[in-house]
Design a protein around this ligand. Structure first.
Ligand SMILES: Nc1ncnc2c1ncn2[C@@H]1O[C@H](COP(=O)(O)OP(=O)(O)OP(=O)(O)O)[C@@H](O)[C@H]1O
Ligand SMILES: [Mg+2]
Length: 377
């Protein structure tokens, strides 16, 4: 990290919006060479937050005190995590979200559209609605968060009333599958679904019925076992495979397992052996890579390995959308990692997707979070 004065005195900052992952366009174009038709590779709708992550705290501040944090990351959060992870892999992404008519909303819009190449044609600015904010305090291996979120004045589904033609879309099925996704599926879009922790802990089995409306389901092991009333990830996987064509169960540092019920294939893949820093958001990166692998026509075991690879790379950073891997990071991990050759060889199928560029011109996204004081130039 180098620091220098830029711009003229007395003028407002004009933040740089350079693409930190320039190779994404090369990979995306290659992926689309073989397929044509839809407007975007993947469509999604949801709420974008501005995330501020204070890192390196030894504890939370006791009442009436102030602590200095070692680092601070600011990034688009919420549905933006998924949109950015997809776009960084080269997929064309359409996002329907509301943006606050304030300076945070402007930052989020510009970062997503100009820096990360997310297509916001289906998004709207909403006068008088404040941008949702999450402040997160990261200490030891834990996090505490405070969120401010004014509900939208209309149902969020309304934003996606006129979705694009898309090869895939991603929905959360904690609640009803949105009407727009049902219509897209009828028009040929492959629907990928994720869930989250159920705060009521009722784990209603209605979820299993909703699986009839989607094509691919990507829960984590805890969610999968809770919804199927099973006591092992494998048992949960098998139970879910009776409800949905493709299911992958994410198992954190144990990797992931999957079944394609249409072919009867079963696959298991280890997690990337890395030192984890922050697993938050890994599920979104996993989903992005799984969608990429599906569109690229990878086999089920390869899709799982690629998803573990990308999610594992993201776990090495304090997450937030801007910690999602670019192809440059995937390339340099392959070149610089100290993994045993036989482990690296398992990811050999990824090599043809890596854009040809000398290592020193393959860009790598700046980490969002800085540690300690910046180094002067
Ligand atoms: N400690 C880890 N080491 C290596 N890879 C990891 C680790 N934790 C998570 N991952 C990777 O991230 C994937 C998704 O993580 P996880 O199983 O926690 O999903 P999740 O609970 O949906 O995540 P999220 O908290 O983002 O919702 C895993 O399948 C694995 O590939
Ligand atoms: Mg999850």
């Amino acid at each position: 990290m180098s620091v220098a004065f830029v711009g003229d005195e007395g003028r407002p900052p004009d933040p740089a919006m350079e693409d930190p992952c320039a190779e994404r366009t090369v990979v995306g174009a290659r992926l689309r060479e073989t397929t044509d038709g839809p407007d975007v590779d993947v469509f999604m709708a949801g709420t974008v937050f501005i995330d501020m992550i204070f890192t390196g705290l030894r504890r939370l501040p006791p009442p009436g005190t102030e602590l200095l944090s070692e680092g601070l990351g600011t990034a688009p959060g919420g549905i933006a995590n998924l949109a950015v992870a997809m776009s960084r892999l080269g997929l064309s992404v359409g996002l329907a979200a509301a943006f606050g008519d304030d300076i945070f909303g402007a930052y989020l819009w510009r970062t997503l559209a100009e820096q990360e190449g997310v297509d916001l044609d289906w998004s709207r600015r909403l006068g008088g609605w404040p941008t949702p904010v999450t402040v997160s305090f990261s200490y030891d291996a834990d996090r505490s968060m405070v969120t401010y979120h004014q509900p939208l004045p209309y149902p969020p589904e309304q934003l996606a009333e006129c979705p694009p033609r898309a090869k895939t879309c991603v929905v959360h099925i904690d609640r009803q599958v949105p009407e727009w996704a049902i219509r897209m599926r009828a028009a040929g879009t492959t629907v990928f679904a994720d869930v989250g922790w159920d705060p009521t802990e009722a784990w209603s089995s209605d979820l299993l019925d909703r699986l009839a409306l989607v094509d691919v389901f990507l829960p984590n092991a805890v969610e999968a076992m809770a919804y199927t009333r099973t006591d092992s990830p494998h048992a949960a996987l098998e139970a879910l495979a009776g409800h949905v064509p493709v299911v992958a169960v994410k198992m954190g540092e144990a990797g992931a397992i999957a079944i394609d019920a249409t072919t009867g294939e079963y696959a298991r893949a280890d997690a990337l052996p890395i030192r984890p820093l922050d697993p938050t958001g890994a599920g979104d990166v996993f989903a992005a890579a799984f969608v990429f692998g599906s569109l690229a026509g990878l086999s089920l075991p390869e899709r799982l390995r690629f998803a573990n690879l990308c999610a594992g790379l993201s776990v090495r950073h304090h997450s937030g959308s801007l910690g999602a891997p670019c192809w440059g990071e995937i390339a340099s991990f392959g070149q610089e990692s100290e993994l045993p050759a036989d482990v690296l060889a398992e990811y050999g199928f990824v090599v043809p997707y890596i854009p040809e560029a000398p290592t020193d011109t393959v860009t790598r996204a700046e980490p969002t979070v800085r540690y300690g004081p910046p180094t002067p130039t």
